[in-house]
Design a protein around this ligand. Structure first.
Ligand SMILES: NC(=O)c1ccc[n+]([C@@H]2O[C@H](COP(=O)([O-])OP(=O)(O)OC[C@H]3O[C@@H](n4cnc5c(N)ncnc54)[C@H](O)[C@@H]3O)[C@@H](O)[C@H]2O)c1
Length: 248
């Protein structure tokens, strides 16, 4: 899909990979709308050229109203990039305490249900688009993680949520194919962002050692470049792309 004058919605837009995706899609000619929890942070991150809407992806009513506002402002939605996510670390059992059900539900609620909330409401809006010259109506990109397959200690909830994102990508792509909508997941390894900055240094150093070349964190622009490529390459569908520098 050619991004020129298309409408792109990006969640987790106030920071890290979501913010970089907003900038890359805008640079490719899209009208970008960012969703994140706080309008103030969105404004600070996106500036005046991009619209920001306070949306909690784990709350379906909030997502529905956010997507409606995008359609009202720009006439439709062509691209949806799911970047909102939280880590919610904790061991299954620690010092005699269970991993809390509340934290489990929150991590799954944001990372997994939140992704599906955006998929459903964005896809419904996309079905109203006129197909473009390649027959496409929309592209949806989901952010999983290397932790989906190889989570670290303390990542039970996070890994489960991110494995769910990979799991849903194929069936959702099958569901939406008849509408000319593609669905692709991206599984990053370790990237510079608010999330990785919050990790204990020991954990991030341990992960860096597992990288091949270049042995460094990924840069948000490298993730965003892949997001742009997925939108522009009509033959990518129903799969998960690892962007992890060989980290295993
Ligand atoms: N940084 C990494 O190394 C890495 C690796 C693998 C996967 N990921 C995934 O990439 C995505 C982007 O993360 P990041 O690294 O840019 O982290 P980040 O913390 O810098 O950005 C995440 C953004 O999501 C927002 N957010 C959190 N909960 C939300 C909610 N309920 N509704 C709306 N927005 C919400 C946060 O406010 C924040 O701005 C996440 O899904 C994360 O799990 C990141």
């Amino acid at each position: 899909m050619n991004l020129q004058n298309k409408v792109a919605l990006v969640t987790g837009a106030a920071s890290g990979l979501g913010l970089a995706s907003c900038k890359a899609l805008a640079a490719a000619g899209a009208k970008v709308v960012g969703f994140d929890l706080e309008e103030g942070k969105l404004k600070e991150a996106l500036g005046d050229r991009m619209m920001g809407i306070a949306v909690d992806v784990s709350d379906e009513a909030s997502v529905k109203s956010g997507v409606e506002r995008v359609v009202a402002a720009h006439g439709g939605v062509h691209v949806a990039v799911n970047c909102a996510g939280i880590l919610g670390p904790g061991k299954t059992i620690s010092k005699g305490q269970l991993f809390s059900s509340e934290l489990w539900n929150r991590v799954l609620g944001v990372n997994l249900t939140g992704t599906f909330n955006v998929i459903r409401h964005a896809a419904l809006a996309m079905t109203a688009n006129e197909p473009d010259e390649t027959g496409e109506r929309g592209v949806i990109i989901n952010t999983s993680s290397g932790a989906a397959r190889e989570g670290q200690m303390g990542q039970a909830a996070y890994s489960a949520s991110k494995a769910g994102v990979i799991g849903m990508t194929l069936p959702v792509a099958r569901d939406l194919a008849e509408h000319g909508i593609r669905v692709v997941a991206v599984a990053p390894g370790l990237f510079e962002s608010g999330m990785s900055a919050g990790m204990p240094q020991k954990v991030s150093e341990g992960l860096l050692e597992k990288m091949l070349f270049p042995r460094r964190m990924g840069k948000p622009d490298e993730f965003a470049g892949l997001v742009r490529h997925i939108v522009e390459n009509a033959y990518l569908n129903a799969m998960t792309i690892d962007i992890d520098c060989g980290m295993r």
